[in-house]
Design a protein around this ligand. Structure first.
Ligand code: F0G
Length: 363
């Protein structure tokens, strides 16, 4: 049999802590495509790639951190895990916990998670509680539950999550031969920006990577984008009632706020806001022109790069990787709306070839 990708714990064993490797719980996560995006290169004057994290087993980047978090919990003999989630973490935690034979409790903001994610968590047997409060309230409750009861917290404040998620940076460097000039990603609870920065630093021989030969000669500049209605790091203070159509990043008080600022400042980067309109426009460019279907939050990075390009702030010729974090099928309703907000109506025809050809304008 040809070589099959074995999941990030096996593929990057030498770069991950020993305690996640004793009882490995994997669904084959990682090894996601780094896709050149000539349309985005043309629009920005840079050389743009998208790292398509929707290709992970549950359709988002969370699986990288969940294989390590659940493996570590399994190694300790944990019977139950809990997470707060805007949707993707709950889908991923539920799948990996089921695989490990554990109970998974998830706390989600009532009415504010996409249907695809809700169905995943339920399908995988999670004990799903819709909480009367936003994500930030769910996370406070999940942390308290894990302190007081025999359940382990698998949100990204769990360091094992960051260890797994840092492998996306490794894959990018492995694919390109070195770090890109700029790495771009959406920012919500700020675990992923923390993880990418850790991964890029380690592969450049810094921090924990000092024990290994350096793979990259440098680290990239990090650009993060928040949704305008949920942009606490941009504002400089927590947002009590965050609002955005990009429900995955509808977060007002990110747990890894300080780490996100460190990644921004140490890399010489930026964290800025994009509006819901810019997110939806980028979502359309990705699906209709690049050929990659993502959920709205995942388009925030592309929206940000397009906005900076319009403002003349994208360095010409720079190599830019934009992580698109979750699959479009998680939250497909946005594809069925036109830019002016009306519903897309499928064209109905009878089953004869003449009508079909005519409807296609082939006659
Ligand atoms: N993109 C998607 C699709 C996400 O689901 C998330 C976070 C982010 C980006 C932001 O990543 O939080 O590490 O800064 N989703 C979490 C969840 C909060 O519960 O699924 P972050």
């Amino acid at each position: 049999m040809a070589h099959q990708w074995r999941g990030i714990v096996a593929e990057y064993a030498d770069r991950l802590p020993a305690h996640v490797q004793e009882t490995v719980v994997t669904l084959g996560e990682g090894g996601t495509p780094l896709v050149p995006a000539p349309v985005l290169s043309d629009r920005t004057g840079a050389e743009v790639f998208v790292k398509v994290e929707g290709m992970n087993p549950t359709g988002s980047f969370k699986d990288r951190g969940m294989t390590t978090a659940i493996s570590a919990a399994a190694g300790r003999g944990a019977k139950a895990v809990v997470c707060a989630s805007t949707g993707n973490t709950s889908a991923s935690a539920a799948a990996y916990a089921t695989r490990a034979g554990m109970i998974c409790a998830v706390l989600v903001p009532d009415g504010k998670i996409a249907m695809g994610k809700l169905s995943q968590a339920i399908a995988h047997g999670a004990r799903l509680l819709q909480v009367d409060g936003n994500f930030d309230a769910c996370l406070v409750a999940a942390r308290k539950l894990a302190e007081a009861y025999p359940v382990e917290l698998v949100n990204s404040v769990n360091p094992d999550r960051i260890e797994g998620q840092k492998t996306a940076s490794f894959e990018i460097v492995d694919a390109l031969g070195d770090a890109p000039d700029i790495h771009v990603l959406p920012v919500g609870n700020a675990g992923n920006i923390t993880a990418y920065w850790k991964g890029f630093r380690e592969y450049a021989g810094l921090d924990a990577g000092a024990a290994h030969p350096a793979v990259a000669t440098r680290t990239p500049v990090i650009w993060g984008f928040q949704a305008a209605g949920a942009a606490p790091i941009v504002a400089g203070y927590p947002i009590d009632e965050p609002e955005t159509i990009a429900t995955a990043i509808r977060i007002g008080n990110p747990a890894s706020w300080a780490q996100a600022e460190d990644a921004r400042d140490t890399s010489g980067g930026l964290i800025e806001a994009v509006t819901d309109e810019q997110i939806l426009a980028a979502h359309r460019v990705l699906s209709a022109e690049v050929g990659v279907f993502v959920e709205p939050a995942s388009a925030a990075g592309v929206a940000g790069v397009l906005a900076l390009a319009e403002a003349g702030r994208v360095p010409q010729g720079a190599r830019i990787v934009i992580t698109v974090t979750g699959h479009g099928l998680k939250d497909p309703q946005w594809a069925l709306r036109t830019p002016d907000g009306s519903d897309v109506q499928p064209v109905r025809v009878s089953a004869d070839v003449v009508s079909i050809a005519s409807a296609l304008g082939l006659d």
